[in-house]
Design a protein. Structure first.
Lengths: 283, 283
DNA sequence: CCAAAAGTGTTGATATTACACCCATGT
DNA sequence: ACATGGGTGTAATATCAACACTTTTGG
């Protein structure tokens, strides 16, 4: 199969596609119903109907069309292959090794990742050859999609304190308890609630709505939303907005206050280093 | 110009190219000779000979060929347009907005960045329509290349503590003084040398070679190299190797030591948050 | 001995961790 | 009253920024 002979293929431009890793955090109900100790992440895969890797599962994706932005292409592809409509997409990486299609025509994949409401994920549609899999129970995957998924999961773990991501997972407003629980689930580690709440409140990211959430027979919890200053960053990694402080690090600063004129930049990295916890001691 | 009519163009796949931002840190000699207070970064640009943006300067780049990896394409393109042969390339981002070519055919650019020896940069070749510009003295740029350069500079600043980058800038082995000076130049801020050296030594990244560097009439400095454990990460952001500690952050940990089986991951982010300095106080 | 950079010590301020404890609520 | 999470306090420790200080060299 394939088009043309070897030398023709050699000079042809490669195919370009957009591939997306869609993630959904399972609800607490489902987790307890399934008897899982912690909420898991699920993702939709599409069964391949053609070679190469026919019959295996793959990430949803499709060709990149001209006069579409990369994001638009990703959205359209998702809609047509899985009926999903995430409200937030972030570019992950572009993969282009000729080896990755192992025999097929060379394929460049511009990869995105996104989150989707739990609700959408409950659509366990078996139509369209789409199926949801738990992140820790994936089938054999086509191409290098396993690696792409790993990278997407890594990104999620490192973006979990970001307005867009949190909103997608629990909506707004939310209680500190909810936030804590989701962060724990995604990061896969336990965090001291008392310190967590203090740090969040000190971070200036949150804004008290004044409302409370009453639930069950316990004390009502204050509801927060993200401070509007802290949007930015997450959508487009290249939007390294000038703001706040630098990343932090090495030795001591000097304190001459000579910030450059090309603008300091916060963003993906600094947002994280500023907000993520240090590894706790195991004592 | 342009091929086909509008509707044909609309359905055609977009052009795909590889674009590179090459950076070189000027030597101390040049900086002092030019009377610049701090060493600057320089980058090569190519003058466009065709529309769109004919006559303006642009980043070196070229079409992506099939049966080449993205990196290979970037290397080849660089060699043919600028005669540069960086030993290290890192993917930056893929830009694909139809608007970015403003009128031309839609163009997807997979962007890389790299560092090059000061030596190579001394080749101020005016042949090939290539010219080097200081990062703070750029001409008007074609497409959205100004933005791409900003992003590359941002990445460099945040990768400056990484083996590959340091090696490219000062080679190995190096003294703590050299490292300190380069980091200061790239980050564009002054760092307390005493604290810098302590932090570096504590970081476990460095390994004493046992040798010393004698220079001038001053005390010889110990020479270090990077500990071989700390390679990884920088080349391919998706190589999030399991190692060391998590990123750090939020509230308190819990200390049950239940690291997940899918592997903790250090990498670009954690490497940075672990090593970069916090903003010094200006007092 | 001097200049200059290498390298070490110290201190106050701030942040982090781990854990004890009180608070408000519906049943 | 009591179980349950919401929310606060706090002591021990670690980290950091700042800057004073000592050491080693060539001339």
């Amino acid at each position: 199969m394939g088009i043309g002979n070897v030398s023709e293929r050699r000079n042809a431009p490669p195919q370009v596609g957009v591939t997306s890793v869609i993630l959904a955090l399972e609800s607490e109900e489902r987790a307890t119903r399934d008897g899982v100790s912690r909420r898991r992440l699920w993702l939709p895969l599409v069964r391949r109907t053609r070679e190469p890797f026919k019959g295996l599962w793959a990430l949803p994706g499709g060709p990149l069309k001209a006069n579409r932005s990369l994001e638009e292409s990703a959205y359209e592809t998702l809609a047509s292959t899985t009926d999903l409509h995430p409200t937030y997409l972030e570019q992950l990486y572009t993969f282009g090794d000729p080896s990755r299609s192992s025999g097929g025509i060379p394929m460049v994949s511009i990869c995105y990742w996104a989150l989707v409401e739990q609700a959408e994920f409950d659509v366990r549609d078996s139509e369209h050859n789409v199926r949801w899999f738990a992140q820790n129970d994936l089938p054999q995957l086509a191409f290098d999609h396993a690696r792409i998924i790993d990278y997407a999961l890594w990104r999620l773990r490192h973006r979990i304190d970001t307005p867009n991501v949190v909103r997608q997972l629990i909506g707004e407003p939310f209680t500190l308890g909810q936030l804590h629980s989701v962060v724990e689930a995604v990061r896969g580690e336990q965090l001291d609630l008392a310190n967590f709440r203090r740090k969040m409140l000190a971070s200036q990211m949150l804004e008290d709505t004044g409302d409370v959430l009453r639930e069950g027979r316990r004390r009502p919890a204050a509801l927060y939303r993200f401070n509007s200053e802290f949007e930015s960053a997450a959508l487009d990694p290249t939007l390294f907005t000038a703001s706040a402080d630098e990343v932090g690090g090495f030795g001591g600063g000097y304190g001459r206050g000579d910030h450059e004129s090309d603008g300091g930049m916060s963003d993906e990295l600094s947002a994280l280093s500023a907000l993520m916890p240090n590894t706790p001691h195991t004592r």
